[in-house]
Design a protein around this ligand. Structure first.
Ligand code: FAD
Ligand code: EPU
Length: 346
């Protein structure tokens, strides 16, 4: 049942809204209809009335999107705010964050309260609601480890549905919300099981060297967070300065046999063990293919990190996508590896 008291909360749609400030690549696409969703109930009402006739387009902070066209579907900017502890005991707390909370502010909120598990994921752009969509990960940690459940509005019916961790079908940069349930379920809340005992996750090489540079031998969660912030700030371009969506391709996972053949030909190729094979650094493949720092008009490959495509100013989504496809073709021809885009390309 949808709360009758909330019937006054109707979604308010604006016409022909520029999405330039709603995507970190800075693409000047237009939403023909756009609404800020500030409450779950308002969304449920809209979905109950329109869900069977209208397919929506869901956005959060727009940091994992490449827009190559204007958006005809109603754009729902999922932005309800709020964080609360639902239950806790001596060992852990179950924390619920609303989808519109900024991810990094939420991480800092947990650290301030002595709740651990998200520190390695500091400074990832975007909102809490999108974190389960691609199972955000960085520096040896993925959100699936602490994400206990996800609550979403079924946009076809207005009903609420709870997805357990298993039902989310998390994988490397993957979940059910990237496939079958894309744009059907709008995530409104995410619940995290966070520990009151801190265990440092510092095996990632970059973190070790950063902690050493900080002269920290027994890191606190705050130290890990600080180290991650320093590394990320050094390596990744700030979207406020130059438009980008972070890594543009996933790191490909190939078979052990194929990885050995490549390693024999390229002994310096970075490779990492993965559950179902060997993970290869896409940034290395792209750099070896000669793309690092190159640009075609305003669409470019970042000069410091070949996995990040950048908008030097005024690029269209189609131009960036053409660049991405040229890189895919070259990497396939040179290494026999098909790179898969990480952001949503629309
Ligand atoms: P959006 O870009 O708005 O949306 C992304 C996808 O999620 C879309 O398909 C959208 O439809 C869907 N979606 C968004 N909100 C909801 C919702 N409430 N319900 C249902 N579907 C929804 N990612 C990593 O994993 N690790 C990194 O280290 C990392 N580093 C980055 C660094 C930079 C500089 C940038 C720009 C991006 C980086 N990213 C990284 C990618 C990005 O930050 C994450 O994917 C983030 O979770 C996207 O959040 P968002 O709110 O911006 O989502
Ligand atoms: N490399 C190069 N040239 C480059 C860039 C990278 O050769 O221009 C090689 C280096 O050898 C480096 C290796 O690639 O050691 C890996 O690079 P890095 O440590 O920067 O990590 P990444 O694999 O490029 C991944 C995630 C990031 C995440 C970091 C840290 C993916 C697709 N990307 O990047 O996530 O922050 O690890 O864990 O898995 C994102 O998803 O948007 C994102 C930024």
């Amino acid at each position: 049942m949808i709360d009758a008291a909330s019937t006054s909360q109707a979604l308010s749609f604006q016409r022909n809204v520029s999405l330039a400030k709603h995507n970190t690549v800075g693409i000047a696409a237009t939403a023909h209809r756009y609404a800020d969703v500030l409450s779950e109930d308002a969304l449920r009402h809209w979905a109950a009335a329109h869900g069977t006739t209208e397919r929506a387009f869901i956005i959060g902070g727009g940091s994992n999107l490449l827009l190559t066209r204007d958006i005809d579907e109603p754009v729902l900017h999922i932005a309800p705010r709020g964080i609360r502890v639902i239950e806790e005991d001596a060992e852990s707390a179950l924390v619920e964050a609303m989808a519109g909370e900024t991810w990094h502010s939420f991480v800092l909120w947990t650290l301030d309260r002595g709740l651990f598990g998200l520190e390695n994921l500091s400074l990832i752009p975007g909102y809490v609601g999108a974190a389960p969509v691609q199972n955000i990960g960085a520096y040896g940690v993925e959100v699936k480890e602490t994400c206990e459940r996800v609550v979403a509005v079924d946009l076809q019916t207005g009903e609420l549905k709870t997805f357990s961790r298993e039902a989310c079908a998390f994988g490397y940069r993957d979940s059910v919300f990237k496939h079958l349930e894309r744009d059907r379920f709008a995530i409104t809340r995410v619940c995290f099981r966070l520990s009151k005992q801190f265990t440092a996750r510092a095996s990632y090489g970059d973190i070790q060297s950063e902690l050493a540079a900080m002269h920290v031998s027994t890191p606190t969660a705050q130290d890990i967070s600080n180290a991650v912030i320093v590394i990320r700030t050094r390596k990744l371009p700030d979207p406020a300065v130059i438009g980008n969506a972070g890594s543009f391709f996933k790191n490909p996972v190939i078979s052990l046999a194929d990885a050995d053949v490549l390693s024999a030909a390229h002994p310096t190729m970075p490779r990492y063990p993965a559950p179902n094979g060997v993970k290869i650094a896409a940034g290395w493949l792209i750099e070896q293919a000669g793309w690092k720092g190159r640009r075609i008009g305003a669409a470019g490959v970042h000069e410091k990190h070949a996995l990040v495509l950048v908008n030097h100013g005024g690029a269209t989504g189609a131009q960036l996508w053409q660049l991405a496809q040229a890189i895919q073709n070259d990497v396939l021809a040179k290494f026999g590896i098909a790179l898969e885009a990480e952001p949503r390309v629309v």
